[in-house]
Design a protein around this ligand. Sequence first.
Ligand SMILES: [Zn+2]
Length: 221
Amino acid sequence: MLIPEVEPPFPLTWGFSTRLDLPAESPERRLNQVHRCGVAEASDAVVEADGLWTTRPGLRIGVRVADCVPVLLAGTLADGRPWAAALHAGWRGATGHDDPEPGGGILRRGVARYRALGGHPPHLTWAFGPAILACHFEVGEEVIAAARQDPAWREDLRSVGPSGKAHLDLHGFLRAQALDLGLDPSKEGSVALCTMCRPDLLYSYRRGETTDRQWGWIEIS
Ligand SMILES: [Zn+2]
């Protein structure tokens, strides 16, 4: 397990699994992930969405990824209860591509849920996990065009790779959104490992591993 390098706001266990972790540690599967922006309250049912949140201690929630970004959020609500979320953010989820809510994207939707429950975004502790990073994330210009719709977009999040095609910095894009949403940069504990660069440790869909995934998960103690 790779653990976010930041002090959690309340007792919890969290992290990003690798090839070396035993499946027994993984959460129960509660999500049918569809590369969109739905964020649901976790229950015992399996729901079609790409993010889960909970206030229930002992409920381990997570997302499965192999190149997309696993996002973990933890913060206290106005009434003092702990709140935790796990989000799956590929380029579609991150940009809100096809999201019926304008200015969407799964991170914006996740933080909006926290606010709706009385949470204060600067109080969130947050971490992005291993994903395909800018060194390897070659994308079509339609992906860049989708990201440019976001108010937090900056042109330096696009670079040009060795083949002359665009690369997107998905961690950087999500970080720009997080800061735009008022999250505190001193409460970030992201683990910036690239799934393509680390075949010893991480599964990568682009490298041809189309079935295995790593988890990003969180559990309120
Ligand atoms: Zn890489």
